[in-house]
Design a binder for this molecule. Structure first.
Ligand code: PMV
Length: 315
């Protein structure tokens, strides 16, 4: 039997992170320059039920049966098998690789889940539609991140810019023009779960203040949607910078991210903000294509450890 493979892209949140957990809208876009990949290979000589996992990027080489029950791969397998009514896996090996930086706000966990769910369901002879693939990845995120909004699994599964509100069908953004983003890594690893928990604690101790900030972010996302669809990049940029200020007030930025945001704007970006959970990970800057190289250089000098240039736009 030939190997079956599937891939899924990374993502950035353009507007609305954190507030999206509390039901406010957010906007995210896929980052196709980085991808997770899963390859499933039947093992005709193996014992039924024997599944070997090989994930060199995280130095994991283990039979599935030896991973803890709450390991994301185990959660994914059990959800998938239950959904497909598969009692026991045919003997196989699953190789997982990814060029998406881990713990950096680019959705690496959700992308691995999506790629695995696609490859495994097709290996089992029941290729699942996107809504089910997205839901499987969401179930894993729930185990791993606590209270995910669902935006990561959605944008990564559909690989299109989305306008997303928790608990509602997502909407695809129809873009008139494309725009260029620099995604700059602060080099600081950040655990989404911890940052989201801290925000929740803050919210519990001062609801009025946090609700105001979430509401402000929600208004920014709504306004950004119209501007993105019309391609008004200068105004999108300033809204990004405003969104960053509110995230800073929410306590999820850090000096390194603030420095990168400031440097990008001083070097000519239309605007910039942290992207994802914050306290590390990546920032994004909206730039004119002709300025991308010079602004990247400035960001590198300011401490960015890796820069991805991506284009968000119509197909
Ligand atoms: O850090 P990331 O890429 O997993 O993004 C998290 C985005 C949050 O809004 C902070 C959490 C969520 O579940 O939406």
């Amino acid at each position: 039997m030939p190997a079956i493979s599937a891939t899924a892209p990374g993502k950035v949140i353009l507007f609305g992170e954190h507030a999206v957990v509390y039901g406010f809208p957010a906007i995210a876009a896929p980052v196709t320059q980085v991808r997770a990949k899963a390859i499933v290979l039947a093992n005709p000589l193996g014992k039924i039920g024997q599944v070997e996992i090989d994930a060199p990027d995280i130095d994991l080489h283990s039979p599935l049966s030896e991973l803890p029950n709450d390991h994301p791969f185990v959660v994914l397998f059990s959800n998938l098998m239950e959904r497909l009514g598969v009692k026991v896996m045919p003997a196989c090996s699953v190789r997982i690789t990814s060029s998406i930086p881990v713990a950096a706000g680019l959705g690496s966990g959700a992308a691995v889940s999506v790629a695995m769910a696609r490859a495994l369901s097709s290996f089992l002879g029941h290729s699942l539609p996107n809504d089910q693939i997205s839901d499987l990845a969401y179930q894993v995120e729930k185990k791993y991140h606590g209270t995910p909004s669902g935006i990561d699994n959605t944008v990564i599964t559909y690989s299109k810019p989305v306008y997303y509100m928790r608990g509602q069908p997502f909407e695809r953004l129809e873009l008139l023009h494309s725009f260029t983003l620099l995604i700059a890594d602060s080099g600081i690893k950040s655990q989404t779960r911890r940052v989201v928990e801290d925000v929740r604690q803050g919210w519990q101790s001062d609801r009025e203040h946090y609700d105001k900030l979430f509401d402000l972010i929600g208004q920014i996302s709504r306004q950004a949607r119209g501007l993105i669809e019309k391609g008004r990049s200068q105004e999108i940029g300033s809204l990004m910078t405003t969104n960053h200020q509110v995230l800073k007030e929410l306590g999820v930025s850090c000096p390194e991210l603030d420095r990168l945001v400031k440097a990008a704007i001083s070097a000519g970006a239309s605007g910039a903000k942290l992207s994802g959970a914050g306290r590390g990970g990546n920032m994004i800057a909206l730039v004119q294509p002709e300025d991308a190289d010079a602004i990247s250089e400035t960001l590198r000098k300011t401490g960015a450890t890796r820069i991805i240039t991506t284009r968000v736009g119509p197909d």
